[in-house]
Design a protein around this ligand. Structure first.
Ligand SMILES: NC(=O)c1ccc[n+]([C@@H]2O[C@H](COP(=O)([O-])OP(=O)(O)OC[C@H]3O[C@@H](n4cnc5c(N)ncnc54)[C@H](OP(=O)(O)O)[C@@H]3O)[C@@H](O)[C@H]2O)c1
Length: 385
C-alpha cells in the first residue's frame, strides 16, 4: 500500500510516518508539507521507503492530485477546526482512504455529513484516531460496559506540567521559541471556544471548562475534569445506548495552570489576545511561578488517560473510573488505524474510532505497535466509586 502523511515534518506526523515505514504491508511513505528541507530531514531518519512531496493544503487542485497518487493519506496537519472537511473532500474525490487526529465536535459534524459520499466512493474515513478522541473514547466504552443501565460517560486526559516538563530549561526553550505548534494552538482553542456536551439526552453548547464530573483514582484521591469542545458527545451515543450525559474533558494539574489557561482563553474569546500570545503568556506564567505550577497534588498521577461511566452495579447507582496505567500514544493510535486499513479493514463510510473498532482490539493494536505486546490486566484499573 502507498501511504502519505500530510504534515509529516510536524511533531506527530514525523512519528507516524516513522512507525508506518516499519510495517511490511507499506510499500512507500510519502512525507508531505510545505517546507521541503524539514521533510528531507525526517525522510533521512526513516530510510528507503520514504519520499517527500511539497504540498500546500490551501491549493485544492494540488491536494486532489496528490491524494489521487496514494492508497491512503494520514492527515496530521492539524488546526483541523480551521479547515473542517477540506482534506476529507479531497480523499473522497480522489477515491483514497483517509485517517486523521481531528478532535473538535464541529469538525466531526462536517466529516460525518460526508458519510454517504464516502460510501458511494468506496472510501474509508477514520477520524479522531489519536489519544482524545481515540484511546480515551475506547476507555469510555469499556467503562460504560462495566455497568448496567449506563446513563453517563465521560473521557479524556489529566496531565501535570511536571510530567511534560520535568526540566525547567526545556520549558524556557519552548517559551522563547515564539512559534506555536498545531497541538498547542488547539489547546488554546479548546479553552477559548464553546464545548458541546450531551445533557439530559440533548446535545447542547456550553462554556468550556465548567461543571465537569470528578474522576477518582484508586486510593481515593480525586480531581475535577473539565468539558471541552471535542467530538465524543456526538460519537459515543452511537455505540452506547441510553446515554443522557456525555462530555470530553481535560484537566491540567495543578489548578493554577488551569486557571491561567482559562484566563488566556477568555482573553482570546474577547479578541484581546490571539492563540499564539495566549500560549506564550501561559508559558511565561508557569515559568515565573515554576514551583506552584509543577506541584502534582497528592495521590494524583502526572498523566492519565481515563474513561468514566455512571450507571448501576448490583442494583446500586455507582461510577466506574477506568484508568489506563500504561500510556498509549497519539501517534500509535493513528498508525494502528492506518495499519488496520493497510491490512484490509476497509469499510466505506465515515467512522469515529468507537464506530470503527472493538475497544480492546484497538487498544491492543496500539499496545502491540508501541510496546510489542498486548495490554495486561494490570494496565487497566477499574475503580468503582
Ligand atoms: N486526537 C488526539 O489525541 C491528538 C493528540 C495530539 C495532537 N492532535 C492533533 O494533531 C495535530 C498535529 O499536531 P502537531 O503538534 O504534530 O502539529 P505541528 O508539529 O505543528 O505540525 C504541523 C505540520 O503540518 C504542516 N502544515 C502546516 N500547514 C500546512 C499547510 N497549509 N499545508 C501543508 N502542510 C502544512 C507543517 O509543515 P509546514 O509548516 O512545513 O507546512 C507540519 O509538518 C494537531 O491539530 C493536534 O491538535 C490530536
Amino acid at each position: 500500500m502507498k501511504i502519505a502523511v500530510l504534515g509529516a515534518s510536524g511533531h506527530y506526523g514525523a512519528k507516524i510516518a516513522g512507525i508506518l515505514a516499519t510495517h511490511e504491508g507499506v510499500e512507500t511513505v510519502t512525507l508531505a508539507a510545505r517546507n521541503a528541507a524539514k521533510l528531507e530531514g525526517v525522510a533521512a531518519g526513516i530510510g528507503s521507503k520514504a519520499t517527500t512531496a511539497q504540498v500546500d493544503l490551501s491549493q485544492a487542485d494540488v491536494l486532489r492530485n496528490f491524494f489521487g497518487e496514494q492508497d491512503l493519506v494520514v492527515d496530521c496537519i492539524g488546526r483541523y477546526y480551521d479547515r473542517l472537511h477540506q482534506s476529507v473532500t479531497a480523499a473522497i474525490d480522489a477515491g483514497t482512504h483517509y485517517v486523521d487526529l481531528s478532535e473538535m465536535w464541529d469538525v466531526a459534524e462536517h466529516i460525518h455529513a460526508l458519510n454517504d459520499k464516502a460510501r458511494e466512493a468506496g472510501v474509508t474515513v477514520y477520524h479522531g484516531m489519536g489519544s482524545t478522541p481515540g484511546v480515551t473514547s475506547m476507555l469510555a466504552v469499556l467503562a460504560g460496559n462495566e455497568l448496567e443501565n449506563t446513563t453517563a460517560v465521560h473521557a479524556g486526559f489529566v496531565v501535570a506540567t511536571a510530567a511534560y516538563f520535568p526540566d525547567p530549561e526545556a520549558f524556557q526553550l519552548l517559551e522563547r521559541d515564539g512559534s506555536i505548534s498545531a497541538v498547542q494552538d488547539t489547546i488554546i482553542e479548546l479553552v477559548a471556544e464553546k464545548a458541546k456536551v450531551l445533557k439530559a439526552g440533548e446535545l447542547i453548547v456550553v462554556d468550556p471548562m465548567r461543571d465537569g464530573p470528578r474522576l477518582t483514582f484508586p486510593g481515593g484521591a480525586s480531581t475535577p475534569v473539565f468539558p471541552v469542545g471535542m467530538s465524543l458527545p456526538l460519537t459515543l451515543p452511537t455505540v452506547l445506548s441510553g446515554l443522557q450525559e456525555v462530555s470530553t474533558c481535560m484537566a491540567f494539574l495543578p489548578d493554577r495552570v488551569i486557571n491561567t489557561l482559562l484566563e488566556q482563553g477568555a482573553a482570546v474569546n474577547r479578541g484581546e489576545s490571539n492563540r499564539n500570545e495566549a500560549f506564550h503568556d501561559t508559558c511565561a506564567d508557569v515559568s515565573t511561578h515554576w514551583q506552584e505550577s509543577t506541584v502534582i497534588p497528592e495521590g494524583l498521577p502526572g498523566y492519565a488517560q481515563w474513561g468514566l461511566a455512571f450507571g448501576e452495579r448490583g442494583g446500586e447507582r455507582t461510577s466506574c473510573n477506568l484508568i489506563l496505567n500504561r500510556p498509549l500514544g497519539t501517534e500509535y493510535g493513528a498508525a494502528a488505524a492506518a495499519v488496520a486499513l493497510a491490512e484490509g479493514q476497509q469499510q466505506p463510510g465515515v467512522f469515529s474510532v468507537e464506530q470503527a473498532f472493538e475497544p480492546m482490539d484497538f487498544l491492543n493494536r496500539i499496545a502491540e505497535l508501541q510496546y510489542g505486546e498486548q495490554l495486561g490486566a494490570e494496565d487497566l484499573t477499574r475503580h468503582f466509586a
